[in-house]
Ligand binder design. Structure first.
Ligand code: M6R
Length: 618
C-alpha cells in the first residue's frame, strides 16, 4: 500500500525522503517517486518498479543534494497500472502532491474537471486532487485553504501531502482515514510520514494525527488545523520509548498484533508476487508452473493443518465457484492414513505457512510418488514442501514470529482466490467475467480498506467487548458460506492464545447438537456480513439468543436489524464489497477478539503454551 514521506528543514531533504521511503518499503508498492524544491521550482523524479530505480535517477539530478524541502511516495496501484506516469508525485501546474488511499467520487470529480477544460494525464484518482487545489490557488487562496477546501469535496479515506511552487518551503498534509504521523525535527523543520518508522531516526516525539487533521509544515515547525472548520487545534506529542525489542515490534505490544496490522502490506506483496500487475486485465496471473497444473486439474484435493486448513476451506468456495472443479479439503493428518481414492486427473495442493508441517509434507511426498500432480502454497522459500512439490506458489507475508498464524492465513486465502479467479475467468460466460472484474477492482483496494479499518476504533470496540465477556464459560463462533471457515479460525485463535474453550460451527449445524450447551454463560460470535447467507445466519442467531447466549454480532453498519438483536456489535467495513472478498474484512475481527481476550487473561500471546510455530512431527 502507498507510503508517504514529507520533509522540510535544514537536512538534505531528498536523503530524508528516500531514507524514509526505504523504511516504508515493507508496506508493499509497485512504483515510487520523489519531488524536491530547487529554488522555487519543484523537480519530480519517479519510476515504476523498486525505489532503487528512483535512487539511480536521482544521482543524475544535480539539484537534488541541495534541496531542503521534498515529498516522496511508494505507490500501490489501485486506479491505473503501475507505470511511471501513474507514479506519484503528480504535478498539476505549480501544485505537486502525493496521496495514500482512495478518492471514492473520482469519476464525478473527473467529469467536472474535464468539463472545466482540465486534461488529466494519468489514470489515477490522486492527480485529480491537484486540479482542485490548483483552481483554488489560482483564484487567490493560500495553499492551506485550497487543500482544505478541496479535501472537503472528496469522499473516501485518504491522506494527502501537497507542495506548491507558489509557496516554496511549505508542505501541507491531511489525514482522513489512511494514517499519518508528524514530528518536529530537533534540528528545525518537520517530517511527515505514513507511520513512525521514517521519523524515528530523527526524533522519538511524534504526533499521531487524527482523522480530519490538517497539518502545515515549515522550517519553523508544525501547525495543526481542523479540516472541517480550518481552526487551529492542539495535538499532543507522544514519546516513543521503544526499546530495541519494541522497535522490532514497531511499537506493538506483541508480534501477533504487529502481524495483524501487517496484513494490508502482506496482501500487496502477495498480489505483486502472484500477479503480473503491468497487464491491464482482471487477475493477470504472472507466468508460473502452478497455472498449468491448476488449469489441467479435473479435481482438486487440498491438504493442510490448523489455520492453513481453514484458509483452504475458504479457497474451496472460490475454486468451486469460479473454476467449477470439484474440490475437497482434507486434514493432512487424516488423509495420509486413509488410503484415499486417487486418480490421474487430480491435483493435490499442500497449503502450509512454514512448508515444514510433517503431515502435509507426507501427503505431497506420497502422492507425488504415485504420479499425482502436486502443488505447494507456502510462505517459506526453500522449505521442504516447496522442494517436494512439482510447483510452488510463494505467498509474501514476510516472517511471521507469533505462533498464532495471522497474516499468513490472509495470504493463503488470497493466493487461492487469485488462481480460482484467473483460471475461472477463461471458463465463465461474459456475465461471470464481468463479475470477476468487479471482484478484482475491489480486491486491489482491500489493502487500503484494511489499513483504514485497523486504524479505526475497531480495536477499542473489541477491547471493551472483551472486557465484558472475559469471564464467559465458553464461546461459539458461527457463520455460513465463507464465514464458516472463518468461524473455525476464530475459535482456533481463541483456544490457542487465550486458552478459552471455543468452537467454530456452521451456523446451520447448531441445532443438531451444540445448541444444548447454550445458556447465559455462553458467548456466540455471529459472523453475518451482508452476503447470500446472512438471513439464515441471523435466524440461527435468534435461536441462540432465545436460549440466553450473549451474542456478538459482526456485520455491515447498515444492518440495523442485526445490530439490534446483538448484545455487542462489531461493524465491518466495505458494505459494497463482493461477497467473495468478505473473508478479508472478517479476519481482523476474529483475530483481534482473541488477541484482546488473551491480553486480559495475561497469556504468553506470541508463544502460547504447548505450541510450536512449525509442527515438524506428526
Ligand atoms: O506451517 P503450517 O501452516 O503448515 O502450520 C499449520 C498449523 O500448525 C498452524 O496453522 C497452527 O494451527 C497455527 N498455530 C495456527 O495459528
Amino acid at each position: 500500500m502507498c507510503g508517504i514521506v514529507g520533509y522540510v528543514g535544514s537536512r538534505p531533504a531528498v536523503d530524508v525522503v528516500v531514507g524514509g521511503l526505504r523504511r516504508l518499503e515493507y508496506r508493499g508498492y509497485d512504483s515510487s517517486g520523489v519531488a524536491h524544491f530547487s529554488g522555487s521550482r519543484i523537480e519530480i523524479t519517479k519510476s515504476e518498479g523498486k525505489l532503487q530505480n528512483v535512487e539511480t535517477l536521482l544521482k543524475t539530478v544535480s539539484t537534488a543534494p541541495a534541496a531542503r524541502c521534498g515529498i516522496g511516495h511508494t505507490r500501490w496501484a489501485t486506479h491505473g497500472k503501475p507505470t511511471t506516469q501513474n507514479a506519484h508525485p503528480h504535478r498539476t501546474g505549480h501544485v505537486v502532491l502525493v496521496h495514500n488511499g482512495i478518492i471514492e467520487n473520482y469519476q464525478e470529480i473527473k467529469q467536472q474537471l474535464v468539463a472545466r477544460g482540465h486534461k488529466p494525464v494519468s489514470e489515477t484518482d490522486s492527480e485529480l486532487f491537484g486540479f482542485l487545489v490548483l483552481e483554488k490557488m489560482d483564484a487567490g487562496r493560500s495553499m492551506l485553504d485550497a487543500v482544505r477546501e478541496s479535501f472537503l469535496e472528496v469522499q473516501g479515506a485518504c491522506s494527502i501531502v501537497v507542495m506548491s511552487e507558489k509557496e516554496p518551503g511549505r508542505i501541507v498534509g491531511v489525514r482522513n482515514g489512511a494514517p499519518m504521523v508528524a514530528a518536529a525535527d530537533p534540528q528545525g523543520g518537520v517530517i511527515l510520514a505514513s507511520d513512525a518508522q521514517p521519523i524515528l531516526e530523527y526524533t522519538r516525539d511524534v504526533v499521531f494525527m487524527e482523522h480530519g487533521d490538517l497539518v502545515v509544515g515549515t522550517e519553523a515547525g508544525l501547525e495543526f488545523r481542523e479540516l472541517q472548520s480550518g481552526r487551529p487545534v492542539a495535538r499532543p506529542t507522544s514519546r516513543l520509548d521503544w526499546t530495541p525489542g519494541a522497535l522490532d515490534k514497531q511499537g506493538f505490544d506483541h508480534y501477533m498484533l504487529k502481524e495483524i496490522h501487517e496484513q494490508p502490506a502482506s496482501i500487496v506483496d502477495t498480489l505483486n508476487g502472484v500477479l503480473d500487475r503491468a497487464r491491464a486485465e482482471s487477475f493477470p496471473l504472472a507466468a508460473q508452473p502452478a497455472v498449468e497444473l491448476l488449469a489441467a486439474a479435473k479435481r482438486i484435493t487440498i491438504v493442510a493443518c490448523g489455520t492453513a486448513w481453514h484458509a483452504s476451506m475458504v479457497g474451496k468456495y472460490w475454486l468451486e465457484r469460479w473454476m467449477r472443479v470439484p474440490v475437497t479439503v482434507e486434514l493432512a493428518s487424516e488423509y495420509r492414513y486413509r488410503n484415499p481414492v486417487i486418480d490421474p486427473g487430480m491435483l493435490v495442493i499442500g497449503v502450509s505457512q512454514s512448508g515444514e508441517t510433517a503431515d502435509t509434507l507426507a501427503v505431497i511426498h506420497e502422492l507425488k510418488k504415485q504420479g499425482i500432480a502436486t502443488l505447494a502454497i507456502t510462505n517459506t522459500r526453500g522449505s521442504s514442501l516447496s522442494r517436494e512439490a512439482q510447483a510452488t506458489v510463494f505467498t509474501s507475508a514476510g516472517p511471521e514470529i507469533g505462533v498464532a498464524a495471522t497474516k499468513t492465513f490472509t495470504v493463503q486465502m488470497l493466493a487461492l482466490l487469485c488462481f480460482a479467479a484467473a483460471i475461472g475467468k477463461q471458463r465463465l460466460d461474459p456475465a461471470g467475467r464481468a463479475e470477476l472484474e468487479t471482484v478484482f477492482s475491489q480486491l486491489v483496494r482491500i489493502p487500503h480498506l484494511l489499513e483504514e479499518y485497523l486504524s479505526s476504533p475497531l480495536r477499542t470496540t473489541v477491547q471493551s467487548i472483551a472486557r465484558e465477556i472475559q469471564r464467559s464459560r465458553g464461546f461459539f463462533f458461527i457463520g455460513r458460506g465463507t464465514s464458516y471457515p472463518l468461524a473455525l479460525e476464530g475459535a482456533l485463535k481463541l483456544k490457542e492464545i487465550a486458552y478459552v474453550h471455543a468452537e467454530g460451527y456452521a451456523a446451520g449445524e447448531l441445532k443438531h447438537g451444540p445448541i444444548a450447551m447454550i445458556d447465559g454463560e455462553m458467548v456466540v460470535v455471529v459472523l453475518a456480513p451482508t452476503d447470500a447467507w446472512r438471513e439464515k445466519t441471523v435466524s440461527n442467531l435468534e435461536e441462540v439468543k432465545a436460549r440466553g447466549a450473549r451474542v456478538i454480532g459482526v456485520g455491515h453498519p447498515a444492518d440495523e436489524m442485526l445490530k439490534k438483536v446483538s448484545h455487542h456489535w462489531i461493524p465491518l467495513p466495505g458494505a459494497e464489497l463482493h461477497e467473495s472478498l468478505l473473508p478479508f474484512v472478517l479476519t481482523p475481527v476474529i483475530q483481534l477478539l482473541s488477541y484482546e481476550l488473551a491480553v486480559l487473561k495475561g497469556t504468553d500471546i506470541d508463544k502460547p503454551r504447548n505450541l510450536a510455530k512449525s509442527v515438524t512431527v506428526e
